[in-house]
Design a protein around this ligand. Structure first.
Ligand code: SF4
Length: 365
């Protein structure tokens, strides 16, 4: 059975994970630019789903859709796709493909179809049982899932059940193929923990085991950002002691405590500024995420974020700013982005010109 992967921007990590998992099952995933072969798999996100549903609907082959938007919007997606994979695909997709090849009509846990509806997943992926990203992408996925529930974020909805980690031995094994060691995790400093209370001794053990002369370690920088309350002196000394990065990336998201509380961020603006101070004190440059245009945000609250952005830039931070995008499956899914106030456009434009700011500055309007 020939199984294809529909190539689309922003889905390379998913392809790498699934390709490795299918490889363990003896199935090769070939890339295509349209439906082909016996089966074509799609990963649907907020950017590509509107353009791909018609293609899936018109495909002559069996179609399987997964990813954050397919998981959140499966009742819509099963009108076009033959199967939807709900949540994690590493175990579900090989089982589904085996069932298709065998001609079985038994429901496969973790899938949805137009006729059978949703069959809930019966497993949570154990990271050690699946290859890391290392071969396809050059990253090691050391942790997955998040115990926090920020209202704009799909991570805890796509990977429910809190935080899981790849063992140090498995990270070490994956690292042997790599020169630069980079990690995928929702919070690098939460390695080995429940995602709320740091276990820095485990982070230290991970970094010391991975240290070798011919490899540089990048930790706490994209794609392994951290949360501000985990930015302690002990954590920063791990970065300065073991790692090559001289930047640390974390999200503050807003300059308004009311907005942070409504988002369920679990930290205040003051917590974020304390993390900035500590980072600078350790000789690292903070890279700070901010989001503008939440549906419930007032102009005054946006002005607080603008004022925070100015202060952060003056202190030597780099800013990573985005306009709000409502993501399927999140509490803010039905909301619309509020217009960004002129003062924000002016300041962000100036900071971008001086190289202090990156991100998506197309706020519409
Ligand atoms: S802490 Fe990060 S990964 Fe976790 S819910 Fe919030 S934004 Fe998502």
């Amino acid at each position: 059975m020939r199984v294809n992967w529909r190539r689309t921007p922003g889905t390379n990590n998913t392809r790498a994970v699934l390709s490795a998992a299918l490889g363990q099952a003896g199935i090769e995933l070939e890339e295509t630019t349209g439906p082909a072969g016996h089966v074509t798999c799609y990963s649907l996100n907020v950017a590509n789903m509107p353009g791909l549903l018609a293609e899936i609907d018109g495909a002559d082959c069996i179609t399987i859709a997964g990813g954050p938007s397919a998981t959140a919007c499966w009742p819509d997606v099963v009108r076009a796709a033959d199967y939807v994979v709900i949540g994690e695909g590493e175990r579900t997709l090989p089982r589904l493909l085996a069932a298709i090849e065998a001609g079985s009509t038994d429901p496969v846990p973790g899938t949805a179809t137009a006729t059978g509806g949703l069959v809930p997943p019966d497993n949570t992926v154990v990271l050690d049982a699946c290859p890391a990203f290392a071969r396809g992408r050059g990253y090691i996925e050391c942790s997955r899932g998040c115990p926090h529930a920020c209202a704009f974020c799909q991570t805890p909805r796509l990977f429910p059940g809190g935080m899981r980690h790849r063992s140090i031995d498995a990270c070490l094994e994956a690292s042997r193929r790599l020169g630069d060691l980079r990690f995928v995790t929702p919070n690098a400093f939460a390695y080995g923990s429940d995602g709320r209370t740091p276990r820095f001794e485990k982070v230290r053990r991970l970094l010391s085991r991975l240290t070798r002369e011919d490899a540089r370690i990048w930790f706490g920088t994209f794609p392994s950002e951290v949360r501000p309350e985990f930015v302690t002196a002990e954590a920063l000394e791990l970065v300065t002691g073991f790692c090559a990065n001289r930047r640390l990336h974390f999200g503050l998201q807003s300059g308004s405590d009311r907005v942070l509380a409504r988002l369920g961020r679990g930290h205040t603006v003051a917590d974020g500024l304390a993390a900035v101070d500590r980072t600078l004190d350790h000789g690292l440059i903070p890279v700070v995420d901010l989001i503008l245009g939440f549906p419930f945000e007032t102009d005054d609250e946006q002005a607080e974020t603008v004022s925070l952005a100015r202060e952060l830039a003056d202190r030597g931070c780099r800013l990573h700013v985005h306009g709000f995008t409502p993501l399927p499956g999140t509490p803010l899914a039905g909301g619309s982005a509020r217009p960004v106030i002129p003062a924000a456009r002016r300041l962000l434009g100036r900071l971008a010109l001086t190289g202090k700011l990156t991100g998506s500055l197309d706020f519409g309007g």
